[in-house]
Design a protein around this ligand. Structure first.
Ligand SMILES: Cc1cc2nc3c(=O)[nH]c(=O)nc-3n(C[C@H](O)[C@H](O)[C@H](O)COP(=O)(O)O)c2cc1C
Length: 192
């Protein structure tokens, strides 16, 4: 089983990354293979919005435009059973890096629900305000893309040190996501 952490902070050793690492380590202890994509290391061009003028919105079309960078990320997303999204709060929402990826993932759900039944989790780092709006935004998009969530599927850490509580939640999330993959046994949820 593969668990992929997607890190939306542009900073090295960021709080989001540290939180994500705790979740991933815990998934590893539960028997999963873990991988991290740090979005700042990829130059992902923005979504061209093809879907809004009845254009073709498929992975093939997206890759035809943007080639190798996106291909590598799509392959990681599609070959993982768990997707954990970590982001700092930037103006009450996810970072631009994370939002850009979410937009680009439209082609993975628009014609075929290619992410259907993958187990998701959200980890978020903030300073003052906006964790709940950020998490809600990600939930809405990811649920619509077909992800399913275990109980206690998110955590948010305030400030420049990890709190015991958020670490506990991150570790639970890592373990529970793996358990959930095992318990739902590849069910398909999109009934069309
Ligand atoms: C452009 C920008 C916008 C931000 N907006 C918010 C915000 O709306 N609410 C908040 O609590 N913190 C905000 N912050 C602070 C970061 O969320 C906070 O420092 C976070 O812990 C950084 O996470 P990281 O260490 O994973 O990069 C903002 C920071 C930046 C750079």
């Amino acid at each position: 089983m593969k668990v992929l952490g997607i890190d939306g902070s542009p900073r090295q050793d960021s709080m989001s990354s540290l939180l994500l690492e705790r979740a991933l380590d815990s998934a590893k202890e539960e028997g999963a293979e873990i991988r991290i994509i740090k979005l700042i290391n990829y130059q992902i061009p923005p979504c061209q919005g093809c879907v809004s003028y009845n254009g073709v919105c498929t992975p093939e079309e997206c890759l035809r435009h943007d080639g190798q960078v996106l291909k590598e990320i799509f392959e990681e997303l599609l070959s993982s059973q768990v997707l954990l999204f970590a982001t700092p709060v930037y103006w009450f929402g996810p970072s631009g890096l994370m939002k850009n990826l979410i937009d680009r993932m439209t082609c993975l759900e628009h014609e075929k629900k290619l992410l259907d039944g993958k187990v998701g989790g959200i980890l978020c780092s903030y300073e003052e305000e906006g964790a709940s709006t950020t998490i809600s935004q990600l939930f809405l998009a990811l649920s619509d893309m077909g992800l399913v969530f275990p109980p206690y599927a998110y955590t948010y850490n305030r400030g420049k040190e990890l709190s015991e509580d958020t670490v506990f939640y991150a570790e639970q999330l890592g373990k529970n996501a793996v358990k959930m993959v095992r318990s739902i046994k590849g069910i398909h949820w999109w009934n069309r």
